[in-house]
Design a protein around this ligand. Sequence first.
Ligand code: F3S
Length: 283
Amino acid sequence: MKVLVAKKLGFCFGVEHAIDMAQKLLVERKKVYCLGPLIHNSQVVERLAHQGLQVVENLEQITPAADEKDTPTVLIRSHGCRPELLQKIKAKGFQLVDATCILVKRAQKLVQELHQQGYQVIVVGDPNHPEVQGVVGYAPEVIVVNGEEDISRLPPHGRLAVISQTTHSAEDFGRLVGYIATRGYEEMKVVNTICRETARRQASAVELCRLVDVMFVLGSRHSANTGELAQLCRRKGVDTYHLQDWQEFKPQYVVGKGTAGITAGASTPGWIIQEFAENLQHF
Ligand code: F3S
């Protein structure tokens, strides 16, 4: 069948940087830990685990070093974390290597600055996503808005500053900002913190939706930006399947379809995309 691949898809520079950092550390040092999976892709996480990267849930699971040469290294993933955690890592005497994406760092800094300027900070995003859980730690009483139902929790008046989870869909961010504006705040400052990589992947997917009969969105079901891509394609009216890799493909997905499109989230490695595209072409 005819297969078209999105112009922009797969690994973003933030994810590539985090993986590079992990691989360098694993060559240089013995004990390297990551709090939670480094990226939302089980195949990559498994490969790094084979190279020695240990995934832990909390710092208490890390055994302190018997001597200095053995000091554990804690790698902060591209999603970032709360500032207290960075201090706790240092206080425990562990080596800290911070792979927080520069665009997530920008959002963290903005939350801090906007709060200092007297704004009530609002983050549009998923309160359960590690990036959001980290970002809200940069100022007190940050409110997370994930849908219209959360807007009733906002204060009735005051000065509001709204930012977004970096991987949120631009369409949804705009929609929720619109709803918030209807409440008539005296001042609303909106800073677009959606990352360009996410925006470009979304724009490429929308472009592709116009040309295909079916869309395959590749990536982990835990990956926020992959999920957003799949939802976006569905909203464009194209039959869309969010699959982790070729193993999840079923022939009935392409019955009666002439052209298929492929896109992938920012944590989906190139080899998964290539394998899927080749197999689909020969199907
Ligand atoms: Fe950074 Fe955007 Fe990737 S925020 S980790 S470049 S999806």
